[in-house]
Design a protein around this ligand. Structure first.
Ligand code: SAM
Length: 227
């Protein structure tokens, strides 16, 4: 029987295409197939580093047939690399779904991390807040449990981190202001990390909201709240 193929979890840039490791490039060149959350975004990276490998889409809407096909490739001994739209696969994106299925299906599968950029870690690294312990909330739910999440962030004993979209950043920060405990804490909002319009907003939450409103900014956001 053929050995099960290896599944590489490859971190890719969160904006700046220079942020990729030598090892990531080598692994992407060596695997049989690249599973990409967004094949068009991934193509830019592959072209930049002359990685001539086929890629196939894998995302949260991938159907069971697609998943079975990917698992069958591993069974045939093919080595696969999983990359997300940006950053580290499996962190607030569908990567962990595939990893979980592969581990359940094949007891002996080797899942290999190829570490690199991750938006929450990049943000924490420049926060100056305590990072020996922190809580990552991912994306805050839109409806059910939203208030509970916000309350937990506002009153967390540890540094709190979450992801937010450009459409909701002001709404979410404005809802957080309603919690008394957040008013004594420092907030840092990172916009478009590693990209041309990278901007870091620091201060008390009301000041940060004001600055973001003045700038009328769009982009991707990570929010960090001090303990
Ligand atoms: N797996 C990714 C990682 O390692 O960070 C996160 C995937 S999640 C679907 C995408 C979210 O990450 C965005 O909505 C945004 O909140 C955050 N994000 C990704 N890239 C970013 C960047 N360059 N600047 C700020 N936030 C970013």
């Amino acid at each position: 029987m053929l050995p099960i193929g290896k599944l590489y979890i490859v971190a890719t840039p969160i904006g700046n295409l220079e942020d990729i490791t030598f090892r990531a490039v080598r692994v992407l060149k060596e695997v049989d197939l690249i599973l990409a959350e967004d094949t068009r975004e991934t193509r830019k990276l592959l072209d930049r580093y002359q990685i001539d490998k086929p890629s196939i889409s894998f995302h949260q809407h991938s159907n069971p047939e697609k998943i079975n096909y990917l698992l069958s490739l591993l069974k045939e001994g093919k080595n696969l690399a999983l990359v997300s739209e940006a950053g580290t696969p499996g962190i607030s994106d569908p990567g962990n779904w595939l990893i979980n299925l592969a581990i359940k299906q094949f007891e002996n599968i080797t899942v290999i991390p190829i570490p690199g950029p991750c938006a929450l870690i990049a943000a924490l690294s420049i926060s100056g807040f305590k990072t020996d312990r922190f809580v990552f909330f991912g994306f805050i739910p839109q409806k059910k449990k939203r208030r509970k999440f916000l309350e937990k962030i506002a009153s967390s004993d540890e540094t709190a981190v979450f992801y937010e979209s450009p459409y909701r950043i002001i709404k979410t920060l404005s809802e957080l202001v309603n919690f008394e405990k957040i008013k004594q804490r420092e907030v840092m909002v990172c916009r478009e990390l590693t990209k041309k319009f990278e901007t870091i907003y620091r201060g008390r939450i009301e000041e940060v909201i004001q600055k973001i409103k003045e700038d009328r900014v769009k982009g991707e956001f990570v929010v960090v709240v001090s303990s």
